[in-house]
Ligand binder design. Sequence first.
Ligand code: PMP
Length: 455
Amino acid sequence: MSSFSPAQSRDIKHQMHPYTNDVAHKTIGPRIIERGEGIYVYDDQGNKFLEAMAGLWSVAVGFGEPRLVEAATRQLQKLPYYHTFTHKSHSPSIELAEKLVDYTQGRMSRVFFTNSGSEANDTVVKMVWYYNNALGRTQKKKIISRKRGYHGVTVASASMTGLVGNHRDFDLPLPQMKHTSCPHFYREGQPGESEVDFASRMEAELEAMIIQEGPETVAAFIGEPVMGAGGVIVPPDTYWGKIQAVCRKYDLLIIADEVITGFGRLGKRFGSDVYGIEPDIMVLSKQITSSYQPLAAVMLNDDVASVISEHSGRLGSFGHGYTASGHPVATAVAIENLNIIQERKLVENAATTGAIMQAALRELAGHPLVGEVRGLGLIAAVELVADKESRRPFDPLGKAGAAVYGRAHENGLIVRAIQDTIAFCPPLIITPEQVSDMVARFAKTLDEVQKSLQV
Ligand code: PMP
């Protein structure tokens, strides 16, 4: 332990980290990332890493983009802070709200700003409840999400998240939140079942759940078009159409959590565009500012927005909001970030370079450790298995994932291990040459880990 640098020792002593085993942290210590440039980051020991996760699925335009630094600086000099409560506003929040509505091509009409995806989803829950109270449907409050879905960690959003680690010992989920099955055909499909039949089974399960709960008590369905943190789950092509039809049949609002999939990740502006989802509410964050500033947006269609609007008039106020809702520096950075995404055609790059990444990763499908390669656009995952034929997972679960995660650093690569699934979500600026380099580093890592696991 004496080998820790002074900065590492101070970190261990004073900082409690998110999503970290705090006991292990005291012996492993932190890797201190000092700077970034393009798709690369550098630690304080001078090591360079290809950041294949864009931080946390978020740095669309890459690290060190001077235009975002300038946008932030300009706004800091002009008006570093002002709020948007009680009939106050400022130009960056006005301009961004308008830009976002335009970006949805008119499907959404109003925007409510928060600081994080979690807060945005807590806001959504409150809006859904408020909406149904406004309509006098005081029983219609339950929200259905999926197992392995990820919607954040605040009390309501963590309740919608379908991962054990976000519930266990946190006294969650809230009783209003229900979880239906994860549309992962590779793991959840039954022997002999086609992908189309599997999607129909998911549809039937959702409908049965709504009927069992009582449709008059179920308010909404929330899902990520492609699941991210739960393991990059790409649903069957027919899945969303079926889910949407059930939601419409029982008058459930459809909430698209596009925190990862928004702004081009899947090769179209939104994941909803890929699957023909027509959400009533959309949640955006991460790539909205390339995470240079904390910001998220809840987008509402006309119906939801007008019901909430009129109810706030009756009650005297919409009693919800954050000190930094629509923060001028964050919204100014988002405007410039969206300009860059459009000017540099990064959505198109996610489609074309994304196809190259998908093909290159699929070439690893024959590797003895690889069970499934999946993904779309510039997001992908490689699921590692102990036995390819039977799809048997590693015991203990996560053993191979942790080995790959650690070894990848030695090969100058940062990936994410979700148990034994290795996720890739590089910045949208990545080039085909950089994709080849990324996949080569990963293939080398896989070979090395395979050897080490056999010993
Ligand atoms: N929704 C989705 C789909 C996410 O991926 C995340 C974060 N990974 C969140 C919500 C929560 O966002 P935050 O971490 O900013 O609270």
